[in-house]
Write a protein that binds this ligand. Structure first.
Ligand code: GLU
Length: 306
């Protein structure tokens, strides 16, 4: 028997949306994914998720790149820009169409909410257009057919996750009525193209992961390992985000934020590590990175100001 083992090299990534500057919550994902990759001798790739032009803020992508540099978070290879990947997304849609798994849908939000039962993941699409478009509007989204077998995976931190996509989400959108490709499809095509072996990101996306695994299965793409980090909450218990007016991280004072991120991730940096500067802090953090120290929860309040 051939005993040669195919050792896959770890390839992680950080995939910010350039809708504004990085805040503490986004730095948790950036630093967590970086440390997990580097502690395993892996590569850490960068992808700008600038897929949705109305949400993209001018200058935000540059600002993100500069902030990552200020924190010493050097990425490997060229940055991937989703806005330049239209052909790849179209090819994936064509492949799913070829399998007769895609159908057009011209339901309005109102029609969906009126006929949906809803679930913890939000409104469930009840399949109104499954058997053909209904009268009225011409513009239509494209949805993928789902089924009621559960998608099950084991998250490295959150444990076993199971979702009945059809019952809990419904047939989901791959291309919106305004022709924009949906995040769920783009992320899967891009993780495939970048040969990502390990996805480390915030637990706010945990609910989407079964949809992404489902698409990976349909498209014959390899399934990465997943690790969903706790999402940082402010003192009011809200997720740090642009909407909750989270402060941008200060690229001129990376040491303090990096220290807070390491503590948030349950790591135990010695207090005098901060004197050493970001480069040395990161080196320490790579060497001592321990996923077992991260709190196993989906949300966690950020301690301290800022
Ligand atoms: N672009 C998404 C965000 O900034 C992250 C997507 C992902 O990591 O899969 O929240």
């Amino acid at each position: 028997m051939n005993n040669i083992q195919c050792q896959s090299v770890y390839r992680g990534r950080f995939a910010p949306s350039p809708t504004g500057p990085l805040h503490f919550g986004s730095m948790v994902a950036a630093v967590g994914s970086y440390l997990d990759a580097k502690s395993q001798g892996g590569q850490w790739l960068l992808r700008m998720e600038d897929l949705d032009p109305p949400r993209v803020v001018a200058g935000a992508a540059d600002n993100i790149l500069r902030t990552l540099e200020a924190f010493g978070l050097g990425w490997d290879g060229e940055t991937m820009w989703q806005s330049r990947r239209g052909k790849a997304y179209q090819a994936a849609l064509d492949e799913l169409r070829r399998q007769s798994l895609v159908y057009p849908c011209n339901c309005s939000r109102r029609e969906i909410s009126d006929s949906s039962l809803g679930s913890p993941s939000g409104l469930v699409y009840p399949g109104l257009c499954r058997h053909g478009l209904r009268g009225g509007r011409n513009e239509h989204a494209l949805r993928v057919l789902t089924h009621d077998e559960p998608v099950i995976f084991v998250d490295r931190l959150q444990g076993e996750i199971s979702q009945h996509i059809e019952r809990e989400v419904g047939d989901f959108v791959l291309r919106r009525a305004d022709d924009l490709v949906a995040y769920q499809l783009a992320v899967v095509v891009d993780d495939g193209e970048q040969q990502i072996t390990d996805v480390v990101r915030g637990a706010d996306i945990l609910d989407s992961t079964p949809r992404q695994i489902y698409l990976q299965q349909l498209l014959g793409l390899p399934l990465p390992n997943y690790l969903h980090l706790p999402v940082a909450l402010n003192e009011a218990g809200e997720k740090l985000s642009k909407q909750t007016l989270a402060a941008p991280v200060d690229a001129n004072r990376p040491v303090e934020t990096l220290m807070q991120v390491l503590l948030f991730l349950g790591q135990h940096p010695p207090p005098d590590l901060a004197i050493e500067g970001v480069e040395r802090m990161l080196t320490w953090a790579v060497t001592h990175w321990d996923v077992n120290n991260i709190q196993r929860c989906r949300m966690l309040e950020k301690q301290g100001g800022g």
